[in-house]
Design a protein. Structure first.
Length: 359
């Protein structure tokens, strides 16, 4: 779990900075225009890798055609929920509330992701991971005390954004025919173009200055592009619910930047809440779930590392960075039955009967 956890924390740090920085840009740009620029920045940053043809010679369009109906529906759902609904609702909420409040409310995404995982997507939580989720939620509630005054509209909009991103988290974690950077590029290009067109039609281009556009594209490249790729890689290795628990640390990074850049208050209550969150993460990291299970033969594409029991295929050459942190490409699995510790990653969405092996 160590590497996927590090990827989720890196994604959280990059995304957490987008809230206070986005608050600064909302003084010049409307939410649709800013959301469009964020996602276009992500698409531009990922284009060199996403549009590169693979060893088999297929481009992204060919891969999408060959991905199958299930994967195309997952990508479309990700674009609608995570590319259109989520960022626009968040930015409208951010316009109605303090950035520190919004940073705190973003942990509702963890609640939405866990609930959807349990009831819809077979992303199973053990008792220990459920306890960790309760601790993260309690810390979030504590963080919200004194997090800034705002009317109910801002909170409702952010909650709706978190529900949209909850669906998006599960959709992207289950895409197994495209690399994370490819699915993120598609989301950024499509959602960014449409959101920007809506924003320009509504605002007439007010506030579009070169420096503002460059800043928005740069934030999008890091806080949306790189962050989403890292998050998808983590979710494929941990399952969306667990990855989201680690990603829920993003408000901490947003709080720190809000305190430094915007002068918003950062007091002892928040330090206590972060201590509770740290203990919850320790419980999550220590969970163990193991039992015998069977895998059917399968061929798919996703982020993975070697030496963890499922990916022992050979590579002619592999850079040191990819050996350590993983990589994504198409590969095949033979049918097998075995027993080992695992989470609800992309390989383990099986049923559990009486829950044997759950700590």
């Amino acid at each position: 779990m160590r590497i996927p956890v590090l990827l989720a924390l890196a994604a959280a740090a990059l995304f957490g900075t987008a809230t206070p920085l986005g608050k600064l840009l909302l003084g010049s740009l409307d939410p649709f225009t800013l959301a469009g620029l964020f996602y276009l920045g992500a698409a531009l940053a990922l284009a060199p890798r996403a549009l590169r043809r693979g060893p088999e010679g297929a481009g992204l369009a060919g891969k999408l055609r060959a991905a199958g109906r299930r994967n195309r529906l997952l990508v479309a759902g990700s674009i609608l929920a995570g590319g259109f609904a989520g960022p626009v609702l968040l930015l409208f909420g951010l316009r109605a509330a303090a950035s520190m409040s919004v940073s705190l409310w973003l942990n509702l995404e963890m609640v939405a992701t866990a609930a959807l995982g349990h009831f819809v997507f077979r992303d199973r939580m053990t008792r220990r991971s459920s306890l960790a989720a309760a601790g993260v939620l309690a810390a979030s509630a504590l963080l919200s005390l004194g997090g800034g005054q705002s009317g109910p509209l801002g909170g409702l909009l952010v909650a709706a954004a978190c529900l949209a991103w909850g669906f998006d988290n599960h959709f992207t974690a289950l895409v197994d025919a495209l690399k994370p950077e490819e699915s993120t590029f598609l989301k950024g290009a499509v959602a960014g173009t449409v959101n920007l067109a809506i924003g320009l039609a509504a605002s007439g281009g007010d506030g579009l200055r070169p420096a503002t556009v460059a800043a928005a594209l740069a934030i999008g490249a890091l806080s949306y592009g790189a962050s989403i790729v890292l998050y998808i890689s983590a979710a494929q290795g941990l399952g969306a619910s667990r990855a989201q628990l680690w990603f829920s640390s993003s408000p901490v990074f947003g709080l720190a930047l809000a305190a430094l850049a915007l002068g918003e208050r950062f007091d002892a209550t928040r330090i206590l809440a972060m201590a509770i969150m740290t203990l919850s993460y320790a419980a999550l990291f220590s969970e163990r779930h193991a039992h015998g299970h069977a895998h059917e033969a399968d061929s798919h594409t996703h982020w993975h590392r070697h030496g963890e029991g499922h990916h022992e295929h050979a590579h002619a050459s592999l850079p040191a960075f990819e050996r350590l942190f993983g990589h994504a490409h198409g590969h095949a699995h033979a049918a097998r039955s075995h027993s080992h510790a695992h989470v609800s990653d992309i390989h383990h969405r099986h049923g559990h009967g009486d829950g044997a092996g759950e700590p």
